[in-house]
Structures are given as C-alpha cells and as structure tokens.
Write a protein that binds this ligand. Structure first.
Ligand code: FAD
Ligand code: SAM
Length: 618
C-alpha cells in the first residue's frame, strides 16, 4: 500500500469570546476555560498515575492523540524534569493533522508560567517544518524525544511503531471530531500499547468507553476536571501488550566504517551501547579519504511524494540534528541547494510538483531565473528548486568525528565471516577462522561486500535486492578555489558544483557502471567539465579553468530501486544490514542510525512502517 501524498492544513491561532484557543472548522476549543495546564495535570498525568509510573523505569513512553498547542507535552516534560526519581529517558509521541507554525506556538506559549518558558522556547527553536510524516525532536540533552506524526491519525496510527505506556486521548469532542475516537484507532493504540499501558481522557462518552473496552482495555470512571462529573481512565487487560521495559544497552559490532557504519556507530553510542567498528581499509584518523572529499545532501522531491522523497527529507532532518552539533571541522556547511531546471519544460514540471505537494517555502520553494542566479552567485538560465536546508558535507571529516566517541572502538581488520553463537549473539571471524570479536548484535555496513559476507557466513540470501546490488564507480573533481566564493550554494542538475570550503571547490560526478576499478583520471575530469559546460556561462566558476584538478574516486553500492537496504536479516536475531546507499549515502546515514537505535531501545521509530517495508531486506 503506497502512502497517500497528504497536504497538511496548518492550525491557525484563534481564540473564542472567552479568550480560549479555538478551532473554527471543528467548532471546539483546545482546552477548557479552567486552563490547559491544570487539565493536563488532573486528566492526563494523574489519570495515568504519573509521575509514579515513570519512576524507576529507564524509559517511559507517552502517546497523545492531538498535539495541538503542546500543553500536555509541556506539562508532562515539566513534571518529568522536576521529578528527582525520573528514569533516564522520556519518549512522547503525538499525532497531529493540523500542526501550528512555530510563530503561533510562540504566541500561545506567552501565557505559560515563567518556569515553563525555557522549555517552550527550546521546543519552539526545534519545531520542524510543517511537512507530512514523522519528525523527531531531541530535547533536554537527548533525554526527552518528541516524535511528531504530522498527518491524519487515520493514516499515521497504522504507520507508527512504538511501545506506549500511557495514552493521552485529547482529540476535539467525539461529536465534532469522530476520527480521533474510532474503534479502528483504538485497535491501533492497543497494537502500540505496552504491558500495563493506561489511558486517560476528559471524555466521558459511553460509546468511547465501550469502544475502548472492546479494543482490550479495562475501563473505569474518575472524577472529572473543573466541574465535569466524570472522566475516563483505562488499563490494558492483563496478558496483553508489548514487553514494556527497555532492553539493556548491548555491545554491538559494526562492519564497515564508511558513512553507513560510522553514522550507525555514532547513533548507537549516543544511546549507551558499546560499539566495535571493524574496517579493512584506511583508519579514520588517516588523511586518505574513505568517502568523497566533498558531497551534497539534497533531499529528493517527487510529485507523488514517493518513498525516496519521504525518506530523504527525514534523512536530512536527522543529519541536521546530529551533524550540525559536531565540532566545526566536521560540521557541514548549511548553504542550501539549488536544483536547477534544465529547460522551460522542466521548470514547469518542478513548479507543478510544488503546487501539488504544497510544502512550506522554508523547506522548498521555486526560485525564478533572476532570484536563483542571485542565490547561486552565478548566472542560471531557468531558475529551479531551492532547498534551504540542504548541506555541503566533507565526508572524511564527518566520519572521523562520528567515530570519535568514547563508547566506540575502531579496529582494523577484514571480516571474512559472521557466525551466530548458540547461546545468543554473534562472532566476527577472519579469513583463518579466528574470532576477531563477539557482540550481542552485528550491523553489516560493508557496502558492496555484504552479499559476499552473508554467503561466506552460510546465511542464505534469497533476497533479490542483494543479488542485484551493483558496484558503480565514479569520481569527483577537486579544484583549488583561490579567492572565489562561487557558487554560493550547492548548484545541481546535470553535474553539480559545491561552494568552496577550506580552499577547495568540488565538481561532480561520473558514473562508470562497468569499471574494473574506481580511479581518478583526466577523462573523468573532462566528463564532469562537459556536464557543467552544458549549462554554466563561460567563466562563471573561475576555478574550473584550473588545468590540473585533483580528484577522489570510489564506489557506490547501488540497488535497482535506488532505495537503501536497512533492516534485520531474517534468521537468528541480532544481525542487521545497512547497505545499498547508492548515490545518497548522506541521505540515509543518520536516519538509519536513529532508526536502529530506536528499534534496539524499543523507542518510537522515526520511519513509517510502510517505508520500512520498502527498504527492508527484500
Ligand atoms: C563519485 C561519488 C560521488 C558521490 N557523491 C555523493 C554526494 O554528493 N552525496 C551523497 O549523499 N552521496 C554521494 N556518493 C555516495 C556515497 O559516497 C555512498 O553512498 C557512501 O559513501 C556509501 O557509504 P557506505 O558506508 O555504505 O559504503 P563505503 O563508503 O564503501 O564503506 C564501506 C566500508 O566497509 C569496509 N569493508 C567492506 N567489506 C569489509 C569487510 N569484509 N570487513 C571489514 N571492512 C569491510 C570498507 O573498507 C569501507 O570502508 C558519492 C559516491 C561517489 C562514488
Ligand atoms: C483538543 S486539541 C489538542 C490539544 C493538545 N493536546 C494540547 O495540549 O494543546 C485536538 C487536536 O487534535 C487534532 N486533530 C483533529 N483531528 C485530527 C486527525 N484526524 N488526525 C490528527 N489530529 C487531529 C487537532 O488539530 C487538534 O490540534
């Protein structure tokens, strides 16, 4: 089932005659006149026996239907933060079909008490662009993760993977907003519920109680808030639900220290795992480049918002969260990217796609020829799509920084085989059959070598995606940029140019499907120059005239559907794949790390179920 391309209608800040925030189309208020925070404490926190229930739990997960103005979230975060007996981590996932713009939230939160202003400001600063799909925000130095599911709950509840301990049911009233109270939704909440999960809502409607009961919850009544006689609370029937407590951090071996392996190792280390990274090649501290010396992270965009587009925009968001926090030497340049149109017809197609998707301009917008030329600092013929958040990355520096974590050990060696241990966990073996390492889990991030490694490990590989994984060589050209600052942003579309960084500008790239080796050569430089000459005005990038560019060459491990392979290897537990990153290693790297870390923690996952199905070992 393909996910429908959903157009988000943002919430609009409005108040009724009493000054209470109000949604005119639903004809209902976001909270009662007695105030959002007292209601949050009485109905949602006490109704779910919080804070008591999150105490002595390493991880606790709250799920909310209807994030709205975020008052319930802020009340829960505030209470958790001020509870000396809280666990290590709070996860909060919330569905919202009509998210507010950050300015509206800031406006609404001016009414919050002084001791909540800091939290509200932190949330507003991290608030995502209003794009459909899953967004994850890390707060409180990573101790609190807010997972926002933007889109209709009818679609998104089925797409969610999480293990929820307490539900806050806070749609508008069932009469006005039936979609938030349907039996089908309660069946999904039951699917997400942990053992002993509880539910609370101000709603006392008999039908809601009966439907919760039918979904597997034991329902009872409690005194309501602010003059309401009753509210509803419920607990999952004993014997139902997902195992609640987070598994303990493990030792994890990662094979491959390229972009895939290093980003996964980094994400796992941040979640408390000890990680052993094995790579046969150059050590990460070496000055040799393991990955392209300069590369671009530009999200894909398709008129039907296909799998690649959804995953790559999520990939960009996770990359920005993780990588813009790194030390300056490794930190990507947040310079934005212009995907230029190559003809008036293509310009029209780009604009038609934007009109169809209606994404916020802060994330992608059309730039006409004049504006695009000004943005790029070079003359362009037809304008193009402007992705303000795109990144120019130096992968070798990035990899070096990602692996530089006290919980990560780097080991040089060729992993010839992996073997499941009878008592659980895995061994890595060298060509002589000697044990190199053992670990609870193993991630194979060794690109084109994955099918060989699985076959030599006697893991049957009936999956076409691995049979058809192809090595695709290519090179980029590196030019001393001199005093040039052009292009001022990434300019892509029939070859690309990256803005100068540390004295080097980058132009790319070549594709050599049948090459016997990946090497930099004069033909490759010429090929790249020719691509750029197809649209660049002569002399607009002066560095391109340098007679002796340098270069970098490497391999892409390409799948037929241009999607990566990320997921568990069916069979004994604890063997994972992260390969097939093709031409988009930067798009998948941080996302795969966040996903695996969440999966191992039992935390809300950052990728929709349907998208995971598309990228699993297939
Ligand atoms: C010319 C060119 C330009 C590119 N430009 C971009 C760009 O602009 N943006 C972008 O997103 N992507 C770009 N890419 C793609 C990107 O470089 C790849 O997608 C990415 O590097 C793949 O990372 P990886 O970790 O999966 O694989 P690799 O980088 O190949 O890493 C795999 C690692 O595994 C190790 N290994 C393999 N087998 C074993 C074993 N058995 N035991 C131990 N170690 C092993 C290898 O030594 C290697 O270090 C480009 C690629 C090329 C070739
Ligand atoms: C009562 S308000 C939530 C108030 C919020 N919990 C707070 O603390 O501010 C209900 C929310 O449900 C959202 N909503 C309504 N229908 C929805 C749907 N079908 N899917 C997802 N969210 C929906 C509304 O946009 C609104 O923000």
């Amino acid at each position: 089932m393909a996910l429908p391309a959903e157009i988000l209608t943002p919430g609009r800040w409005q108040v009724d005659a009493r000054g209470v925030p109000y949604h005119p189309e639903f004809g209902d208020v976001y909270h009662g006149i007695a105030g959002a925070l007292p209601q949050a404490r009485h109905v949602f926190l006490q109704g779910n026996h919080l804070p008591e229930r999150w105490r002595r739990r390493a991880r606790f997960t709250i799920g909310e239907t209807g994030f709205g103005l975020g008052h319930n979230f802020l009340a829960a975060w505030h209470a958790w933060r001020h509870d000396p007996q809280r666990g290590e981590r709070l996860h909060y996932l919330a569905f919202e079909a009509h998210p507010f713009h950050a300015e509206d939230l800031r406006h609404a939160w001016r009414r919050l008490p002084a001791d909540m202003q800091g939290l509200a400001q932190a949330l507003a600063a991290a608030w995502p662009a209003l794009l459909p799909g899953i967004h994850q925000i890390e707060l409180d130095q990573g101790r609190v993760t807010l997972t926002l599911l933007f889109g209709s709950i009818r679609v998104m509840a089925r797409q969610t993977l999480a293990c929820v301990d307490a539900f806050f049911l806070d749609g508008f009233a069932p009469r006005r907003n039936p979609e938030m109270w349907r039996p089908e939704l309660f069946a999904q909440l039951r699917r997400l519920a942990a053992e002993g999960a509880t539910v609370a809502t101000w709603c006392a409607a008999g039908q809601v109680r009966r439907d919760l009961q039918n979904a597997g919850f034991l329902v009872s009544r409690q005194a309501g808030f602010a003059g309401k006689r009753e509210m509803t609370v419920a607990r999952l029937r004993p014997g139902l639900g997902r195992a609640g407590d987070a598994p303990r951090p493990d030792t994890i071996a990662v094979v491959g220290a390229g972009l895939a392996g290093s980003a996964i190792a980094h994400a796992l280390a941040l979640r408390g795992h000890r990680v052993h990274v094995w790579d046969s090649g150059v050590p990460p501290s070496s000055s040799c480049a393991r990955a392209p010396a300069g590369a671009a992270l530009i999200p894909a965009l398709s008129p039907d918002d296909d799998t690649r587009s959804r995953l790559s925009r999520s990939g960009l968001a996770h990359a920005r969260t993780r990588w813009l926090a790194l030390a300056p030497a490794a930190r990507p340049l947040a310079c934005g990217a212009l995907v230029r149109a190559g003809s008036p017809a293509q310009a029209q197609r780009q604009q038609a796609a934007l009109a169809r998707l209606q994404f916020p301009a802060s994330w992608v917008c059309w730039m006409d020829q004049e504006t695009a030329s000004r943005q790029a600092g070079i003359p362009l013929s037809f304008g193009g799509l402007w992705f303000a958040q795109a990144l120019r990355v130096s992968p070798p520096a990035l990899i070096h920084a990602l692996l530089h974590h006290e919980a990560i050990g780097y080991h040089e060696g060729w992993v010839a085989r992996v073997a499941a241990r009878p008592a659980g966990g895995w061994q890595l073996l060298d060509t002589a059959g000697q044990v190199l390492d053992q670990a609870g889990q193993v991630v194979l991030a060794n690109a084109i070598d994955v099918p060989r490694l699985l076959a030599d490990s006697s893991v049957a590989t009936p999956w076409p995606v691995l049979r058809h994984l192809k090595p695709l060589a290519g090179q980029i050209s590196l030019y001393p940029s001199g005093s040039s600052t052009r292009p001022a942003c990434i300019v892509a579309g029939q070859g690309y140019g990256l803005p100068p960084l540390n004295g080097w500008a980058v132009a790319g790239s070549t594709y050599r499907p049948y090459a016997a080796e990946a090497r930099v050569d004069a033909d490759g430089h010429e090929d790249i120059r020719r691509q750029l000459a197809g649209w660049l005005a002569p002399g607009s990038l002066p560095w391109l005239d340098h007679p002796e560019p340098q270069g970098w060459a490497g391999w892409r491990a390409a799948t037929r559907d241009h999607l990566p392979v990320i997921g568990a290897v069916p069979g004994p537990p604890g063997l994972w794949l992260a390969c097939g990153y093709g031409s988009r290693g930067l798009s998948w790297a941080a996302l795969a790390g966040s996903w695996l870390a969440a999966r191992l923690e039992g935390a809300p996952e950052p990728i929709e179920r349907e998208l995971l199905r598309r990228i699993r070992v297939r």
